[in-house]
Design a protein around this ligand. Structure first.
Ligand SMILES: [Zn+2]
Length: 158
């Protein structure tokens, strides 16, 4: 669903070009892969093939370069991590097979877990807590204690 967030579920795909594209005289100016993210892989591949996707794929198609498609269910953050690494071949099953190794597992993004915070959660003390802040936190926790109402160790937590 648009707009995407880092956690948007979908498909991360890698196109493995059967020959490099770019400046064939300069290995640093070539690409052998394209990595992308989509919520609808079939529609996205159709866009790529029609020239409405990434420029590099459009150029590859125009030059008659064929490619293999690898895809995994993953969120947008995974695509960002693959692209940031600038070494897509380590995740490409075709390249791994050619090199006689296993493809590296996809990177796992660090996600912020949703915490059961409420709006009146007291801000943590910016410096060493004084007696007022400690008692304020103690009172807040006592007022919001759910289930385990044993507050004998509450001072250990503050
Ligand atoms: Zn590859």
């Amino acid at each position: 669903m648009w707009p995407w967030t880092a956690q948007t579920p979908g498909t991360v795909y890698i196109f493995h070009f059967h020959r490099p594209i770019g400046n064939l005289a300069n290995p640093r100016a070539q690409a052998s892969h394209y990595c992308g993210f989509t919520e609808d892989l079939d529609a996205r591949i159709a866009e790529h093939m029609a020239g409405r996707g990434a420029k590099i794929v459009r150029a590859a198609v125009a030059q008659g370069i064929t490619f293999e498609i690898h895809h995994w269910p993953a969120c947008l953050a995974v695509e960002k991590l693959i692209k940031r690494r600038k070494e897509t071949s380590v995740f490409c099953p075709t390249c791994a097979h050619a090199a006689g190794r296993l493809p590296r597992p996809l990177p796992r993004p660090i996600m912020q877990l949703e915490l059961p915070l409420c709006e009146d959660f007291p801000a943590p003390p910016a410096t060493r807590a004084d007696w007022y802040e400690i008692s304020h936190l103690r009172n807040w926790r006592a007022a919001h204690a759910v289930g385990n109402t044993d507050l004998s160790r509450i001072d250990d937590l503050i």
